[in-house]
Ligand binder design. Structure first.
Ligand SMILES: Cc1cc2nc3c(=O)[nH]c(=O)nc-3n(C[C@H](O)[C@H](O)[C@H](O)COP(=O)(O)OP(=O)(O)OC[C@H]3O[C@@H](n4cnc5c(N)ncnc54)[C@H](O)[C@@H]3O)c2cc1C
Ligand SMILES: NC(=O)c1ccc[n+]([C@@H]2O[C@H](COP(=O)([O-])OP(=O)(O)OC[C@H]3O[C@@H](n4cnc5c(N)ncnc54)[C@H](O)[C@@H]3O)[C@@H](O)[C@H]2O)c1
Length: 469
């Protein structure tokens, strides 16, 4: 065993959104900080294989849709075929441009943080890590695990034949017949992308509905849209049994409604979950326990070993960039100044770029009614909004959920064009403590999608407040 040859106040493992934020914050607080990243570049899942590539593909899907309807505006477009090779090249060049703009290695260096790229870290003791490849040992007085997660193959026969989301860009062509297993945010977005590119898509989900954590009406509306677009949506699947190579493709077998089903596809994508990347991390050498694909933490983001924290996807809480940033901020502060900052996931807006888009913040209607069945709800269809009519995007709605005195906004959920931006605007109002009456008075530029917020707030106000029970 080599000797520990470098010591840091805070050692961060992983340079995705959580790791970079944690390192910069810890350095700002005066700590000597090192970051170990196993990949050859910073950015993590988000920039390299997740949000950024998916968003470029979503834009491509949107362009495809616009091209297909361009003739209704008098524009003749004859060629509607997609060149997958060009699309992939576009995704890769965009990822590079984002990396260039973020310029994280230079920002870390400027903050005095040592970035150790291209080495996976493995615990060899509670404070010590060994860097794969170099054998270098580093020590951290505090350690923040920002190792993120990765896709999961179902433990079934033939699972190796499946494509996982990180491999989608490696496909040789757009599949003619595609099965997507798992209708979370990843699966749903892949459905829209490949459906727009011309694949015949089947979506299989074990939960009773797609996008299960979303508001039930959001899930229903996206399901309707998928079905109208020709996607076969199968929810309540009992089990996916196997994949097998045949002469004509990959035969996929599943159980639903008490019966066995079988269909053949060119590609089967498994988007069935996102466990923490703890393989080979040597958590046992540090005494940190992991369970069910995550590293549990307390309210201060500490593991069961006091000086070891977790931020980002690896703790299995809200797996979003915005959550990674806020957890990183709290973990860095706690690591440097002592554990006083609680992680808060209050007001975490999120959404996905399907067609139509969907988004939400705060309590769903069902969650709000569980707390108080007399909470108030106003839903405004996009079809009643002029901007949506002008753009011929009438599908969708905004739903606002408020307390029974119609003062506090408890949640907001939307489907439709620009849903994520609309929900962001509501989130800003909620964060500022704006009450429903004030929101109802805000002027919205004409014609905008966000004007739906004012209409929904006025509808909430028009309802009689329910007296306290
Ligand atoms: C397809 C897809 C689309 C998404 N789209 C969105 C979106 O639109 N909006 C949104 O908010 N979120 C989105 N997400 C989620 C988002 O990508 C994650 O929440 C975010 O990347 C989490 O950041 P992180 O830093 O915790 O982990 P990651 O980004 O996964 O970074 C972890 C880093 O740790 C490194 N690492 C792991 N183990 C070790 C080790 N032992 N030693 C050294 N380094 C190690 C990895 O190489 C990686 O660089 C998407 C996810 C996917 C899969
Ligand atoms: N736009 C975004 O913000 C965005 C996009 C992608 C991912 N993410 C985040 O990344 C994380 C991972 O997302 P994800 O969608 O990859 O995973 P997920 O865990 O959110 O969803 C996996 C889905 O697969 C289903 N599933 C599991 N086993 C199955 C089986 N045997 N058969 C059929 N269905 C099965 C689950 O019920 C679930 O709906 C999430 O936290 C997500 O919020 C965010």
């Amino acid at each position: 065993m080599g000797a520990v040859n470098d010591t840091f106040d805070v050692l961060v493992i992983g340079a995705g959104p959580a790791g970079t934020s944690a390192a910069l914050r810890a350095a700002e607080l005066g700590a000597r900080v090192g970051v170990v990243e196993g990949g050859s570049r910073t950015g993590g899942t988000c920039v390299n294989t997740g949000c950024v590539p998916t968003r470029v593909l979503a834009k491509t899907a949107r362009l495809m849709r616009e091209v297909r309807t361009a003739d209704t505006y008098g524009i003749t477009v004859t060629e509607q075929a997609i060149s997958w090779r060009t699309t992939v090249a576009r995704v890769r060049s965009t990822v590079q441009r984002v990396l260039d703009v973020k310029d994280e290695p230079d920002r870390l260096a400027a903050a005095g943080v040592e970035l150790m790229l291209g080495h996976r870290a493995r615990f060899v003791g509670p404070h010590e890590l060994e860097l794969e490849g170099s054998g270098r040992r580093v020590r951290g007085e505090s350690i923040i695990l920002c190792v993120g997660g990765h896709s999961r193959r179902l433990p079934i026969p033939g699972a190796e034949l499946a494509t996982v989301p990180e491999q989608v860009l490696d496909l040789h062509e757009v599949p003619r017949r595609l099965a997507v297993i798992g209708a979370g945010n990843t699966g749903a977005q892949l459905v829209t992308i490949f459906s727009a590119f011309g694949s015949q898509v089947t979506l299989l989900e074990v939960a009773p509905r797609i996008l299960a954590p979303a508001d039930a009406d959001v899930s229903a509306e996206v399901t309707r849209a998928f079905t109208e677009q020709g996607v076969r949506v199968v929810t309540g699947v009992e089990t996916v049994e196997s994949l097998a190579r045949t002469d004509v493709g990959i035969a996929l077998t599943w159980q639903a409604g008490g019966e066995q089903h079988r269909a053949t596809f060119d590609v089967v994508v498994m988007a069935t979950g996102w466990p923490a990347s703890i393989e080979g991390l040597g958590l046992e050498a540090a005494g940190v326990h992991a369970e069910r694909g995550r590293i549990p933490v307390d309210e201060y983001l500490r593991t069961d070993v006091e000086h070891i924290y977790v931020a980002g996807d690896a703790d299995g809480e809200s797996m979003l960039v915005q959550a990674a940033h806020s957890e990183a901020e709290a973990a860095a502060r706690n690591a440097v100044l002592g554990a006083t900052r609680r992680a808060s996931h209050h007001l975490l807006p999120s959404g996905g770029f399907t067609d139509p888009d969907y988004a939400g913040v705060g309590l769903t209607e069902d969650q709000a009614r569980e707390r108080d069945r007399d909470c108030l709800v106003a839903t405004v269809p996009y079809a009643s909004m002029e901007r949506a009519i002008i753009d011929d995007r009438p599908r969708g709605f905004l739903k606002l959920v408020a307390d029974r005195r119609r003062e506090l906004l408890l949640g907001a959920h939307a489907v439709g064009e620009n849903a994520v931006e609309v929900i962001q605007a509501v989130t800003t109002a909620m964060a500022a403590g704006v009450d429903v009456a004030t929101l109802a008075k805000v002027e919205f530029a004409y014609p905008t999608y966000s004007a739906v917020i004012g209409v929904a707030a006025r509808r909430l106000l028009a309802q009689p407040a329910t007296p306290e029970g």
